[in-house]
Ligand binder design. Structure first.
Ligand code: TYD
Length: 215
């Protein structure tokens, strides 16, 4: 039987990166590792599977020409508001380790790359979305990211994945400067990246003395 490890408070961990960076793989690996180690962890992603998330996935599949960048931003904000309210905050309140595959840094980068003001996007998110404890940004060139998508999915890329657009998205990700940001190299092996995320989280939990001691 696995001995459950409790935390003194919830911890929010976010994985970000351009398409094909490997962030979803790493987010899921960390989640599984934590569960195995006896932590109460929760995995979730954005866009979500909720009403607005499904609308967004339709947009991503079919092209975004019918709505304006401003409208697109509103859709992502609505999806996130629901996510924060129904999943993220309740999870943190229950002292879980909440792992997210994309969060508001994607909105800053992807909707910012459409020409919207970066600090305004951040300000709108800060009104309701708690900042993460750890943000893993997996860096990779759009060229390699797109190659991976084509290889793994065996199909073309959608509108959100065009190389010229992803170059702008990547530039914005590069410009992020946060005390909780850890940059990882996406061309490393899956195993090496996995080890790095585990080590960083482990250090974080110990340095802040977040693991509940048992009698
Ligand atoms: P992605 O994580 O790639 O989903 P999947 O793995 O199911 O393909 O996300 C889909 C797209 O949504 C991706 O191209 C980035 C985009 N996106 C934004 O433009 N803004 C946002 O705020 C979020 C969360 C995602």
């Amino acid at each position: 039987m696995v001995l459950l490890k409790s935390l003194k408070r919830g911890v929010l961990i976010v994985f970000e990166g351009i398409d094909g960076s490997g962030k979803s793989t790493q987010a899921k690996l960390l989640f599984k590792r934590l569960e195995k180690a006896g932590f109460d962890a929760l995995f979730s992603r954005e866009p979500t599977d909720g009403e607005w998330g499904q609308k967004l996935r339709g947009l991503i599949r079919n092209g975004r020409d019918k709505i304006s960048p401003e409208e697109e931003l509103e859709w992502f904000l609505r999806d996130r508001q629901e996510h924060v309210e129904k999943v993220i905050c309740p999870g943190l309140k229950k002292k879980k380790i909440v792992i997210l595959d994309r969060y508001y840094f994607s909105t800053i980068a992807y909707q910012g790359a459409l020409g919207l003001d970066l600090s305004e996007i951040e300000r709108r998110n800060a009104e309701f979305a708690p900042p993460p404890d750890i943000l893993f940004l997996i860096e990779i060139s759009p060229h390699l990211g797109i190659r991976r998508i084509k290889e793994t999915r065996g199909q073309g890329v959608d509108f959100f994945e065009r190389e010229s657009y992803l170059l702008k998205v990547k530039e914005i990700f590069n410009s992020l400067d946060k005390p909780f940001l850890y940059r990882l190299q996406g061309d490393e092996t899956v195993q090496r990246l996995e080890r790095q995320t585990q080590e960083i989280l482990c250090r974080y939990l110990h340095e802040r003395d977040l693991i509940e001691k048992r009698e």
